[in-house]
Design a protein around this ligand. Structure first.
Ligand code: NAD
Ligand code: UD1
Length: 341
């Protein structure tokens, strides 16, 4: 029996594939490379010394997806495939709704047809909208502030309805906080297209000399130093959380949401200082106006994941900065070309 990983060539998917293979799972990966490169798949094999099946398939192509289920004995699905850039989702909302929601509907239809009723879904802390206070527990009110966030919220609702219609489904909704870092080998990591929107890839590109300086969005937030506070989580810890969630859904039915974060909040200045300390690179920055839609503080209460999944993040901010930098330094152009190590 195999675990189907949709979006397995992407940032979180590739790290999860490594953990799945290392744990002895057989996997089948599906990706359309809309936001990833085939090189990441080669590196999964390089790191694990294990082979696995890959299909270049778009989830919107139902026939092609059915072939995947027909040719393999799929036990459960870890569903990463989706578009994730908040700003882009505001500009091309229909594309986001179509890709993320229709893609998931088609996946669920095919799963149902092949009697595969186990899914781990990539949700996001974005479903908490503007949380009233921190730390955030899973029972906080849900709201979305942009089309990307709404796709996550809608998919969560769709999966809840699916479970209500048939209690044999076992579904974990994993609400990630801020995944950063890279595999400690420096062979796989985050490879954003164009100028990064998110903090850590931006810092990396300043450090490597690709970008001049970081704009720190806002210095007057209600936080210890005035800059935004987030719950950064190492991508390998996050990947391991998927294995724990998988164990749970395979052995039980039901639908449940889990926060995957560290439970600790760091400000933008904390991240810069930490990065500078562990990498000995100076990060030039200046303060600028707040980014629209940003909140002051966002961090998780992770008690539920600890109690019900037996999962806890183990890596700290230093590990995250060190591993991000190792990946960036040894792959200055991402997966584009092999460079010095
Ligand atoms: P990513 O873009 O690196 O990976 C997503 C993968 O899905 C890509 O390889 C892309 O090519 C593929 N894909 C997209 N649409 C597809 C389709 N229709 N058919 C087949 N493949 C398709 O993103 P990531 O950071 O690895 O995120 C994975 C998931 O986690 C996404 O659903 C994202 O929304 C969610 N998430 C990410 C973050 C984050 O900060 N990275 C935070 C919260 C939630
Ligand atoms: C972003 C997404 C969110 C997603 C989350 C997970 C936006 C608006 N939100 O959240 O939907 O779930 O990633 O990865 O994109 N910052 C700077 N300068 C920069 C970039 C960021 O100061 O150039 C600050 C931000 O203001 C924020 C912090 O760094 O305080 C983290 O930002 P970012 O990495 O973009 O993540 P989020 O905004 O938390």
């Amino acid at each position: 029996m195999s675990i189907l990983v949709t979006g397995g060539a992407g940032y979180i998917g590739s790290h999860t594939c490594v953990e799945l293979l290392n744990a002895g799972h057989e996997i089948v990966v599906v990706d359309n490379f809309s936001n990833s490169k085939p090189e990441s798949l080669k590196r999964i094999t390089e790191l694990t010394k294990k082979e696995y099946k890959f299909y270049e398939v778009d989830l919107l192509d139902k026939k092609a997806l059915e072939t995947v289920f027909c040719e393999n004995q799929i036990e459960a699905v870890i569903h990463f495939a989706g578009l994730k850039a908040v700003g882009e989702s505001v500009e091309i909302p229909l594309h986001y709704y179509y890709n993320n929601i229709t893609g998931t509907l088609i996946l669920c239809e095919v799963m149902k047809k092949y009697d595969v009723k186990k899914m781990v879904f990539s949700s996001s802390a974005t479903v908490y909208g503007f949380p009233k206070h921190v730390p955030i527990t899973e029972d906080f009110p849900l709201a979305a502030t942009n089309p990307y966030g709404r796709t996550k919220l809608m998919i969560e609702e769709i999966l809840k309805d699916l479970h209500s219609s048939d209690n044999n489904w076992g579904i974990a909704l994993l609400r990630y906080f801020n995944p950063i870092g890279a595999h400690e080998s420096g062979r796989i990591g985050e490879d954003p297209n164009g100028i990064p929107n998110n903090l850590m890839p931006y810092i990396n590109q300043v450090a490597i000399g690709k970008l001049d300086k970081l704009n720190v969005f806002g210095s007057d937030y209600d936080t210890h130093d005035g800059t935004g506070v987030r719950d950064y989580i190492h991508v390998v810890d996050l990947a391991k959380g998927h294995l724990k969630a998988l164990e749970k859904i395979i052995s039980t039915t039901g639908i449940d949401a889990f926060n995957l974060g560290t439970g600790v909040g760091y400000s933008v200045l904390d991240v810069i200082k930490n990065f500078e300390h562990v990498t000995s690179q100076r990060i030039a920055y200046s303060f600028t106006h707040r980014r629209s839609g940003d909140i002051d503080k966002c961090y998780a209460d992770t008690t539920k994941a600890m109690k019900e999944l037996g999962w806890k993040a183990t890596k700290n901010l230093e590990d995250m900065c060190r591993d991000s930098w190792r990946w960036q330094r040894s792959n200055p152009k991402g997966y584009e070309e092999e460079t010095f190590k």
